[in-house]
Design a protein around this ligand. Sequence first.
Ligand code: SF4
Ligand code: SF4
Length: 403
Amino acid sequence: MTEFEKILNDLKNESSKCISCGFCDSVCPTYKSSGYDMAKTARGRAQTGLNVFREITLNDLSLNVSDTFYSCLDCHVCLQVCPTGVDAGKISDIVKAIISEKYKKLQKPEVNLIIENIKKYKSPVPLKKVSYEWLGHIKYGRSDTLLYTGLMYQLMPYTENMERMRKKLGNKLFHIMISMASVIPVFSRFGRPDKRMLDRTNNTLIHIVELLNKSGISFDVLGYNEPYPGTLLYDYGYINDFKDYITGVYNILKNYKKVITVDPHTYNILRYEYKKYIPDFNIDVYYYTDFLNKSMFTNSGKTVAFHDPCHFQGNTEYNGAINIISSVAKAVKPERNSNLTYCCGGPDELLYPDLSMNISKNRYNQLIEKSQNIITACPICSYSLSRNGNVNDLADFLVKCIK
Ligand code: SF4
Ligand code: SF4
């Protein structure tokens, strides 16, 4: 059996588990937020997955199925309620891998550009000097511990800028510009990001460093040479490119015993996906709250609504962030929480901005019902939810609680 036949077989096996009971419909964020589009539920993805398998086996893939699978948030919430254990995130990952391997014509121009940029610049978007300003405000030095940002905070101002340009140009012109960016590199820079967003993300990174310093943790940083971890290569199904790319990143990271991450996506990809593809992976991976000394805080006396990032559920089941916030505030969770959390919509922001906005609105409304003080521990969640109103990053909140 060839590698491609194995992938097709996995697609058939996972998709055919669906018994069409519909339990997943009520929990899938893309279903409600797309105006109840059946193709955007776990069951729709399973049924379309089976159609993709049949088409490819019998003839060729003629259906345009990109939107069904690229819009899946990979939040795995459907898996929690599915009686037969259908993993719609896995089905979406398989179809994306098939598209990236054999049906590139079904690919979105944004995806092509991001993949090329990661390979060329070691970042989905080439970063400007202003994104590194936080480095000038911190103390670091030689250590066997690395503070690895994965560039996630730094990328948020560029995401916002792309969205602004899309609104200004309209979808058609925006896609022409994106397609040109693959051949004319200057277009891939997307103008200058907004100063307010740059300040906000630089400040959060400075606050994370301040929290670690005050907890007595010393560490090194990679500065201007820090590479992106390759998460979008994985998320968009470019598995062979991902394997090659992470070998280079790992060669840098393996100079350290411990790696401290600052966002759930990087934490998840290093801890779980890198290990799958790098057999001798030998680094201890942490999230920064693992190192914080709770005795340095005073209780804020506030009630806060905490948004669980999807990547602190599923694989990771990481409770460090909610534990630390509970030590400085009364943390209230919205109805959808823990392993049934509701995605912030951020993963759909680049490809499906309207759907992403609807998801984030729905989630924001669930949170604001509980408290005006909304807190999250992920740059993507923080950016996505704050399009609806004020949302605090965990580090920004914690710094204010230092005695
Ligand atoms: S992984 Fe999330 S977005 Fe995808 S089908 Fe399941 S619940 Fe819906
Ligand atoms: S809950 Fe599972 S079996 Fe039921 S419709 Fe959804 S994916 Fe299919």
